[in-house]
Design a protein around this ligand. Structure first.
Ligand code: GLU
Length: 503
């Protein structure tokens, strides 16, 4: 886009490690990543871990794993390094203190000694008065030097507050939306450094974006209301401001932050899952996820929703983000996932689906991989599944010693048990004699149907049930090959016994 800014593009993802990586965060990360890759800029991961009370230990690993799974590699950050580290805010405390001292000396910030009790009482008073400008009353902003020294000498706890302009307005430009100016009087001297010495989100965020030379801030629109303070901080420091683009949330806010307990989605459930890890566990491909997230608020082309990473990189522009976009339904993702599954080479799909089938069947992964039936059945179901969590119930017959089914299922429509038994015996004979090869078996069995005066569908149906135990199964000849002649013949023998008992 025609940005006036001519610094090299640097964008960042700045998650707080307070929970698993959310779908909305992934979409924001994706847009940042696309913009960095499109412009040849840098994508940075910074961990905003200053809120110790909300810290969730395994969430950073989840964020890093999820970014990796989606292929959103970062150029600087945890585990990667870079010139602007440390990339954990908890390791940057001296930097925040240095610059809060600077602001105090410059008269843009001050120490506040107000006790929790005083602040509570203030809040209650304001609520009772229905005071519109809720917030700190700036009591400590106007302390005399003597009062200040007294507080310092007493050595009690204190915070650092920003001395917001008390009048006038603050406005800023957002690439994606028009925003009304804010009244400065509404922002009442927010805390920059808490009494425990940790910075607040606002302060650390501005300091880091500056020292990490961030040029564009692309993030969720829930942060819009904090920008007026940030703008005033940039002004107080005399620093160049980044370019802002706030993107809309894509999820029902009720899902935000909650750890979902759902394991499996009910068919037809259109509601999006909450966390990236849930999509991975539900058998979605990262290729599909990437594509799906990209079209939540961005459009590649009016003609198609399907595109590769390279195509998206080539075309991506912040200015094309739709600021009004909402969530897409799961059915769209299912459709996309089916598309990307069909695109995979069979060996690749085998590699990816085996862990899901192993989990579902309880068959150890190595055993499944060693089974010669696996590479035969995967291509048979490739066209039929929408997620990697599917397909096992179509192919399980090829991996178990015995199949169980209702014997009457064997009886072909229009035939009785005795006629079906006779047909099966003929099948058995042909299958025992001929080379086990689709090119030979297919015409031979069609021929046999003619000889027996049966429809091809009737004959194939009998054989399908006898060998797979299912009325609906993958293509017949592929299924026979997956089983191998020996098992096919044994299952025919077993089916003949069942039919004899019925006739
Ligand atoms: N730590 C904030 C978050 O968790 C960062 C917001 C921002 O991008 O400025 O989303």
């Amino acid at each position: 886009m025609g940005m006036s800014d001519n610094r090299p593009v640097r964008v960042r993802m700045a998650p707080s490690p307070t929970g698993y990586f959310h779908l909305g965060s992934a979409r924001t990360a994706l847009f940042n990543w696309l913009f960095a890759r499109h412009t040849g800029g840098k994508f940075i991961l910074r961990v905003e871990d200053t809120d110790r009370t909300r810290y969730v230990p395994d969430s950073l690993q989840d964020i890093v794993d999820s970014l990796g799974w989606l292929g959103l590699d970062y150029d600087e950050g945890p585990g990667v390094g870079g010139d602007c580290g440390p990339y954990f805010q908890s390791e940057r405390l001296p930097i925040y203190h240095e610059w809060s001292d600077w602001l105090i000396r410059a008269g843009h910030a001050y120490r506040c000694y107000c006790s929790e009790e005083r602040l509570d009482a203030l809040r209650r008073e304001q609520a009772a008065r229905k005071d519109e400008a809720l917030g700190y009353d700036r009591h400590c902003r106007y302390l005399t030097a003597a009062q200040r020294s007294e507080h310092e000498a007493a050595g009690g706890p204190s915070v650092v507050r920003f001395a917001m302009p008390t009048e006038g307005q603050t406005s800023f430009t957002d690439v994606l939306r028009k925003l009304k100016p804010w009244e400065n009087s509404q922002v009442r001297d927010p805390v920059l450094i808490k009494s425990d010495g940790f910075p607040t989100y606002h302060f650390a965020n501005v300091i880091d974006d500056h020292f990490m030379a961030i040029t564009h801030i692309l993030r969720g629109d829930e942060w819009i209301s904090s920008v007026p303070l940030h703008v005033n901080l940039y002004r107080a420091f005399g620093w160049e401001m980044p370019i802002y683009a706030h993107v809309p949330l894509i999820l029902d806010p009720s899902g935000v932050g909650k750890l979902s307990k759902r394991k499996k989605r009910a068919a037809g459930d259109e509601e999006l899952l909450t966390f990236v890890r849930e999509y991975r566990e539900a058998g979605y491909l990262p290729e599909a996820m990437f594509n799906f997230l990209a079209i939540m608020g961005w459009s590649y082309s009016p003609d198609t929703d399907l595109f590769t990473r390279e195509q998206a990189i080539a075309k991506f522009d912040i200015a094309d983000i739709n600021p009004a976009a909402g969530a897409l339904p799961m059915s769209k993702l299912d459709w996309m996932n089916g598309h990307y599954i069909r695109q995979l080479a069979a060996a690749d799909l085998t590699e990816r689906i085996a862990p899901f089938w192993s989990q579902e069947s309880g068959i150890p992964l190595e055993q499944l991989h060693a089974d010669p039936a696996l590479p035969i059945v995967v291509p048979l179901i490739q066209e039929r599944i929408k997620t990697l969590a599917e397909g096992w119930d179509l192919v399980d017959f090829a991996f178990v010693a015995e199949i169980n089914y209702e014997p009457t299922m064997l009886i072909a429509k229009g035939l009785n048990a005795a006629q079906t038994l006779a047909a099966l015996k003929s099948l058995h004979r042909v299958l025992a004699e001929l080379p086990f090869d689709e090119a030979v078996l297919d015409p031979a069995l069609r021929n046999l149907a003619g000889e027996l005066g049966l429809k091809v569908g009737q004959l194939f149906g009998i054989l399908r049930v006898a060998t797979t135990g299912k009325a609906v199964a993958p293509p017949l000849f592929g299924s026979l090959l997956a089983l191998g002649r020996e098992r096919v013949l044994a299952r025919c023998t077993r089916a003949e016994e069942l039919l004899r008992a019925l006739s």
